[in-house]
Design a binder for this molecule. Structure first.
Ligand code: DOR
Ligand code: ZN
Length: 443
């Protein structure tokens, strides 16, 4: 069989998994990273300009990444692809196109579809539909049947069908006994449990953060205690069972503290924060714009600060989008009635790079939180450029200035709180398994 070869030269390679940051050329062969060498040292069969492809004769493709940053393909642990069941909001096709355009090569997709991904046939359907998609799709199975919180799913079946984790995301696992058993099984089946940490009896009918702004707006609030108490419970259960807990979309300073202390004790817990919780606070809701409504809600500036510190010091391992596309039917309604969620795949990298530009995060920390850390949290063979790894690569232009325009999104969801934001830095090429799946159009 003819070898398929791709040569990325002259770029600045940043691979937090191996600690590499410098000028390197990489050669990709048959979908894997074949070599990594200082510029020009790759030997002649690494192909010259548009050159011959070594053994296989012609067919070596060359990408000149001069002035660009080359990183492992980004991994999003928290995407809602909406298929099956809500194809009017998003499909596997539109959602993975959005992922590729955002620089993501792997997305984990949540189980709150219709039907719920609570059995192997739904998992297999998703995987089949995503077979030729421009991003690798790893389904997350449900913790409980129908997300009803009563009966555990068959985790062995979900694992066997290809699930990477389990979560009832969108809903918390209210029953602590059920969560305990899910965490017990998580070690047997090697399926991390992703917690949407929300104590519903405390959240009540809240639609935003409980505080000064909710009072002024006359909207019902959700106190931090809703999240803090559930994170405390889940950490206690992870400690009890030795199970693998991943806390989704952390939004409160209390949760950051709990996770930091748990990690110090050696509990197997990982966590993520979203770009929107890292950049916005509850003050943004003043105009009753439903594009700022999500679960958990935007908190106070002290929480945002704590999340930022948490990512900076590694307490929060990952930055994940919680990409939650909705249509105007769910969003162009009064605030109380609007659905929770914002899209994120096409703005995440730009927003994170804004934090880097602002001195909030080191570039390597930011990229680690979007590559090797999510891979480690879920035990994925991805998130690094080391020789032998799957050739998932994102090429980033750190200087590219652009403006967030939802009408240009590949995602069907236009529900972003970032319309009109001027960002700097974007993926210009996304490579999945050695194949270029996205190239940003030149202006
Ligand atoms: O804002 C959110 N939207 N949070 C969730 O937990 C679920 C998600 C959705 O499915 O729309
Ligand atoms: Zn959630």
């Amino acid at each position: 069989m003819k070898m398929k070869k791709l040569f990325i030269k002259n770029g600045r390679l940043l691979d937090p998994a191996t600690g590499i940051d410098g000028k390197f050329d990489i050669v990709i062969m048959d979908g894997r990273i074949a070599s990594m060498t200082p510029p020009g040292k790759g030997g002649k069969d690494t192909g010259g300009e548009g050159g011959e492809g070594g053994e296989g004769g012609k067919g070596s493709e060359v990408i000149d990444a001069k002035g660009l940053l080359v990183v492992p393909g980004l991994i999003d642990l928290h995407t809602h692809l909406r298929e099956p069941g809500f194809e009017y909001k998003e499909t596997i096709e539109s959602g993975t196109a959005a992922a590729a355009a955002g620089g993501f090569t792997t997305v984990l997709c949540m189980a709150n579809t219709e039907p719920v991904n609570d059995n192997g046939s739904v998992t297999r359907l998703i995987i089949r539909k995503a077979a030729d998609a421009p991003a690798r799709v790893l389904p997350v199975g449900a913790v409980s049947q129908g997300l009803r919180g009563k009966v555990l799913t068959e985790m062995a079946e979900l694992k066997e069908a290809g699930c990477a984790a389990v979560s009832d995301d969108g809903m918390p696992v209210t029953d602590g006994g059920l969560m305990r058993r899910a965490l017990e099984y998580s070690t047997i089946f090697d399926l991390p449990v992703i917690s949407h940490a929300e104590e519903l009896s405390i959240a009540g009918e809240g639609v935003m953060n409980e505080g000064e702004v909710s009072t002024r707006l006359g909207l019902k609030g959700i106190p931090n205690a809703s999240e803090d108490s559930m994170v405390a419970r889940d950490i206690a259960l992870a400690e009890l069972t030795g199970g693998r807990l991943h806390v989704a979309h952390v939004s409160t300073r209390g949760a950051v503290e709990l996770i930091r202390a748990a990690k110090k004790r050696g509990v197997a817990v990982t966590a993520e924060a979203t770009p929107h919780h890292l950049t916005l606070d509850h003050g943004a809701l003043k105009g009753y714009d439903t594009n700022f409504k999500m679960s958990p809600p935007l908190r106070v500036p002290e929480d945002v600060e704590a999340l930022r510190k948490g990512v900076a010091d590694g307490t929060i391992d990952c930055i994940a989008t919680d990409h939650a596309p909705h249509s105007s039917v769910e969003k162009d309604v009064e605030f109380d009635a609007a659905a929770n969620g914002v899209v994120g795949l096409e703005t995440a990298l730009g927003l994170v790079l804004k934090l880097v530009d602002g001195g909030v995060l080191e570039l390597a920390t930011a990229i680690r939180a979007m590559t090797s850390n999510p891979a480690r949290a879920m035990g994925l063979d991805a998130g690094s450029l080391k020789v032998g790894s799957p050739a998932d690569v994102t090429i980033v232009d750190l200087g590219l200035k652009w403006t967030v325009e939802p009408s240009k999104f590949r995602s069907k969801g236009k529900n972003t709180p970032f319309t009109g934001w001027k960002l700097k830095g974007a993926a210009v090429k996304t490579i999945l398994n050695g194949k270029v799946v996205y190239s940003r159009a030149k202006k």
